[in-house]
Ligand binder design. Sequence first.
Ligand code: CAA
Length: 382
Amino acid sequence: MVDFALTDEQLSLQELARKFARSEMAPHAAECDKAGRFPEEIYRKAWELGLMNLNVPTEFGGSGLGLLEQALIVEELSRACAGMTTSIIANCLALEPIILGGSPEQKQATLTPFCAEYHLASFCLTEPSSGSDASAMKTRARKEGDDYVLDGEKCFITNGPHASLYTVFASTDPVARAKGISAFIVPRSTPGVTPGREEEKMGHRASSTSTVRFEGARVPVANRLGTEREGFSIAMRTLDQTRTPIGALATGIAQAAIDHAAAYSLQRHTFGKPIAEHQAIQFKLANMAQELHAARLLTWHAAWTIDHGSKGTLESSIAKCFASDAAMRIADEAIQVFGGYGYMKEYPVEKLLRDAKLAQIYEGSNEIQRIVIARELLRAYA
Ligand code: CAA
């Protein structure tokens, strides 16, 4: 049976996120964007309301939500500010490798403190010379007795300077590429771990992005997730889970663009009537609405597929890729509806275009999503 009706619980989660987004995030979105300010007080409030560790199972104190519930929440948050949303959901990305690959003891020791108190964690996969080609990473993990010693540099790390814990992917055997990568839990307090300076970004300016260096950083073997060489699989399975929420984040940006464009079109007059009465504008709004609807449904479908036990590699890549491309087109058209005002920072729509752009790049560029989609498609015909 397929049913698009949301349950009472889903509706109340959506309402909780909507209220939080409107009252706590939206009023500060423009100021944080302009100043590049990381509003930690807002992230703390999100944590207090249970809007942060959405994927952590309830037995460890998390929200234990399915992907459909996560998508509903993320869309509402992103409608107010995609940059803040990126920082709020970064814990889900960073903790997912522990949820997927951690032992019961590792989960208890790591996940529980994140739900008992406000903490941030970061996912450390990307490196200066390996983004799309993740298995070409240069960060090394050398085994020395009961420890691994990590050396290397990760970049574009969301919440990097503010995190107390990193999930780090490093190679024990570079020649083996993907088959030589292992995953580690690395506390920020480990000697030899240094977050770098914050990047100045085009969008998502309320989130924080930095490098993180590992120089002789020693962690016990007990901090390795899964078996040695299982790290790449853990990273890929993590991204299968977290790309759907990026589809939801992009949908939230697209919804915000339509909210602003439709409202503006009703109050702006040209040639003696509101521009909403001109077909040129109506056609734009109609195309924007179609793309928004498709982005949301693809995101919900990917979430539903994974919530019903499938791996969802294909569906999550389709949702992330389509929704972020749609968000770019919709934000672009929203600016066009605003005309010259849309290009000015005084109005809210130019931020949406800058924010949408990152959704086409992070958690795997849309070119990588197309590679994943084509591989999954062709597998069915081989
Ligand atoms: N689940 C489980 N295993 C998987 C998998 C998946 N979804 N995808 C691949 N694997 C396995 C393969 O099966 C293979 O193992 P076998 O040989 O045993 O079958 C192994 O991993 C290697 O796979 P590939 O040969 O496909 O590897 P590849 O080198 O060709 O790379 C890729 C595949 C899809 C391009 C991958 O490198 C990729 O996803 N790249 C993008 C990385 C990415 O998304 N980075 C985002 C970083 S996070 C971020 O941006 C957030 C932030 O904070 C800003």
